[in-house]
Design a protein around this ligand. Structure first.
Ligand SMILES: [Zn+2]
Ligand SMILES: [Zn+2]
Length: 375
């Protein structure tokens, strides 16, 4: 079976053969891969040559955003049947810590988890995959075209869940009791800054807007770029951070009204840290972007610590997601499609066949958003 990924002692994306997986337990499901979405993690794993191979293996299949169709189910599978459109969660728990034993491997405490297409487990850039029913999420037929977005949306879902849980410390965020963070209308009377307008930042922007949050999204592309256009079409304000010095971006961001939420989705660490003073009192900063470099920034540490302490600010990191977030992501995706019909299609800027995997990974296009691989 054809597969694309990383190979020991070789640099760059490679193709290789792996055996077709078989159902070996009653609870397993065989899925035919249809589409795989690539994201920054995939490109970084290749460009930075970050291989995390399983013991006894010389290669790992990449790809962790799946759209597939169930081909065959084990005798004990109850929720899926042949022909169902599905996607799959990414992380598999360590089997040792309490979060992992309670379906919260995204919160694993040992770090001994594995991840499909990232850490020690094969991903989806191949023809068939097998996994346990519990990791496979059925996608409604109406959302089949967007199934690969459920993984990135689940990342946003988890981050928003962190915001809501932590901010429930503040039942009276405004004068309306039905605008508290655990209510349906939690986003009303709130403002947010999203850093980054890549697929994750845009999906965060869409989700915050649907919740009613007044949102400003920052990136470093001009106003007529597809990212900036989408930000505006989602009803948010776009700010081009490239034209200004970091101090100016901070000043302008803070000036445009301080934020109750900052959602970091770029991994631009210096900008991320410099924006802390733009938060309102008793507000929250959630970080989802992962910087891969070794940036040494200069900032006013006293100002930052003073602000964090005196303003009761929470800074929280959020990584990965579990099945519950994928299920919530389906509801969010339905709402995004209803509110912003067809806009999500604009995220899919490039599509390649699996055989053209090299082109998919070497693509240099300033308009690149979500790269899709069709199997
Ligand atoms: Zn664990
Ligand atoms: Zn309110």
């Amino acid at each position: 079976m054809f597969a694309a990924g990383l190979v020991r002692d070789k640099k760059g994306i490679q193709s290789f053969d792996i055996p077709k997986p078989q159902i070996t337990k009653p609870t397993e499901v065989l899925v035919k891969v249809k589409k795989v979405g690539l994201d920054g993690t995939d490109f970084t794993l290749v460009s930075e040559d970050l291989k995390d191979l399983a013991e006894g293996r010389d290669n790992i299949v990449l790809g962790h955003e799946l759209a597939g169709v169930v081909e065959e189910v084990g005798t004990g599978v109850t929720t899926l049947k042949r022909g169902d459109v599905v996607t799959m969660t990414v992380r598999r728990g360590c089997g040792q810590c309490h979060p992992c034993m309670h379906n919260q491997s995204d919160m694993c405490m040992t770090g001994l988890f594995t991840e499909r297409g990232i850490h020690k487990l094969d991903g989806f850039l191949t023809e068939y995959v097998v996994d346990e029913e519990q990791y496979i999420v059925k996608v409604p037929d109406t959302l089949a075209n967007y199934a690969v977005l459920l993984e990135p949306i689940s990342i946003v879902e988890k981050a928003v869940e962190q915001i809501k849980i932590i901010q429930s410390r503040l039942p009276w965020a405004c004068g309306h009791p039905d605008h508290s963070f655990l209510e349906e209308n939690w986003g009303r009377c709130k403002s947010a800054i999203v850093i980054g307008a890549g697929p994750l930042g845009l999906l965060a922007t869409a989700q915050l807007r649907i919740a009613g949050v007044n949102t400003t999204t920052i990136d470093i592309v001009p106003e007529d770029h597809v990212k900036a256009r989408l930000v505006k079409q989602f009803g948010a304000t776009y700010m081009d951070g490239s034209l200004k010095q970091p101090e100016d971006v901070v000043a302008r961001t803070c000036q445009s009204g301080n934020a109750s939420i900052i959602f970091e989705a770029s991994g631009a660490s210096e900008m991320a840290i410099n924006l802390i003073p733009c938060l309102l009192r008793s507000s929250i900063y959630v970080m989802t972007g992962i910087p891969r470099g070794k940036s040494r920034a200069n900032f006013d540490a006293d100002l930052l610590l003073r602000t964090i302490t005196r303003y009761n600010i929470v800074i929280v990191g959020s990584v990965n997601s579990n099945r519950s977030h994928f299920e919530k992501a389906i509801t969010s995706l339905e709402r995004i499609e209803r509110s912003f019909h067809g806009l999500l299609n604009q995220l899919f800027t490039h599509t390649f066949k699996l055989e053209d995997y090299e082109k998919a990974f070497s693509l240099q296009d300033p308009n690149r958003m979500k790269v899709m691989v069709e199997v």
